[in-house]
Write a protein that binds this ligand. Structure first.
Ligand SMILES: Cc1cc2nc3c(=O)[nH]c(=O)nc-3n(C[C@H](O)[C@H](O)[C@H](O)COP(=O)(O)O)c2cc1C
Length: 326
């Protein structure tokens, strides 16, 4: 995660430098020196499977990196000396490429494990829970650096580690919400609805941690006068004012920071916005205020198989990226 911090802190600064060793935070947040893995940009490799050997980059702008001006002038004189090379093409530094590769290789994961897939110097669930708990704390620290207009710092992250009383309650809520939604939609009989809801509960029991992201200062999310089952979907009450929209946008940006930080440590995630996030039962579990909106339920853990990049409908040049020419 260090490289995200470093890059974020120095966005307009010179290219970062990959050091051969770095001070890392282990699962217990104890500093130790480890070797850096020089990840090359590739479409197949993913840091997710390397878990605790996560790519980390350290840099020291003051000591180990040259200034951007120095680097450019050296490149220019090298280019001038080489008569065959007419233009110096600026290429991003290796650490910039690593960061870009890290961002691009994050995938939404649906099949979770309670422990890393590779053999690691950790035993039992407790250490894994501790590792996740620490990684989530670092991810939330990263999330909280997302841009937020008027310094509103609107997002709160509620951490639920599994197994725990809170996670058991979350699984029960998931079961009830799924069961009632299926029944309401009359998609199948009572027994089939129960089985389907139980299947989902079992799938969720394999997820070692959940984070519920909420944003405050929104419209009231429910009307006290209206009787509502704790497991039924509340009517949507979307952001209305500019400040609410900006806070919601900031919240989404911080969730992405959170996902990327986890990914940089080899931890998989899924940002979900299913019915459950709009129920009294979930709101009560995490102690929401009336004007708190749940922006997402984020599933966190390890995975054996990182999904492929989904097929993109749109091309980059001229479609996603358009030059404005007047
Ligand atoms: C706001 C938001 C809500 C999402 N909600 C769900 C969801 O409820 N269930 C789900 O399986 N995926 C959900 N996703 C994940 C998307 O399906 C996923 O990002 C998309 O398929 C692209 O895959 P990728 O993240 O691997 O690039 C959500 C993503 C976003 C940004």
């Amino acid at each position: 995660m260090q490289q995200f911090y470093s890059a974020a802190k120095n966005q307009s600064r010179p290219p970062l430098v990959l050091a051969s060793t770095f001070r890392s935070k282990t699962g217990n947040d104890e500093g130790s020196t480890r070797r850096v893995h020089h990840h090359r940009a590739s479409t197949t490799s993913s840091p997710m499977l390397s878990s605790l050997n996560a790519l980390e980059v350290s840099h020291s702008l003051s000591s180990s990196s040259r200034s951007f001006r120095e680097a450019s002038s050296e490149a220019k004189s090298a280019s001038n000396n080489d008569s065959t090379q007419q233009h110096h093409v600026y290429e991003p530094s290796i650490s910039a490429q690593s960061l870009q590769q890290m961002i691009s290789s994050r995938r939404t994961v649906s099949n979770f494990l309670h422990h890393p897939p590779t053999s690691l110097p950790v035993e039992g669930g407790i250490q894994c829970q501790q590792i996740l708990s620490n990684a989530i704390r670092r991810a939330v620290e990263c999330a909280s650096t997302a841009p937020n207009h008027k310094m509103s710092e609107p997002t709160t992250f509620h951490r639920i580690l599994s197994p725990s009383a809170a996670s058991e309650r979350l699984l029960d809520i998931s079961y009830e919400v799924t069961y009632q939604r299926l029944l309401l939609n009359k998609l199948s009989g009572v027994e089939a609805c129960r089985n389907e809801a139980m299947r989902k509960r079992e799938k969720w029991s394999k997820i070692p941690a959940f984070i519920v992201a909420t944003v405050g200062g929104m419209e009231d999310q429910y009307n006290e006068e209206e009787e509502q089952s704790p497991y039924a979907e509340l009517p949507l009450n979307a952001p209305h004012t500019i400040q609410q929209l900006e806070d919601y946008a900031s919240s989404c940006a911080s969730i992405q920071n959170l996902l990327l930080s986890l990914h940089s440590e080899g931890i998989a995630s899924k940002w979900a916005t299913g019915t459950i996030i709009r129920t009294h039962a979930l709101r009560n579990l995490i102690g929401c205020k009336k004007d708190d909106m749940v922006v997402g339920l984020i599933m966190v853990g390890w995975t054996k198989q990182v999904p492929r990049m989904p097929r993109r409908r749109r091309v980059l040049e001229g479609d996603v990226l358009k030059d404005v020419n007047i």
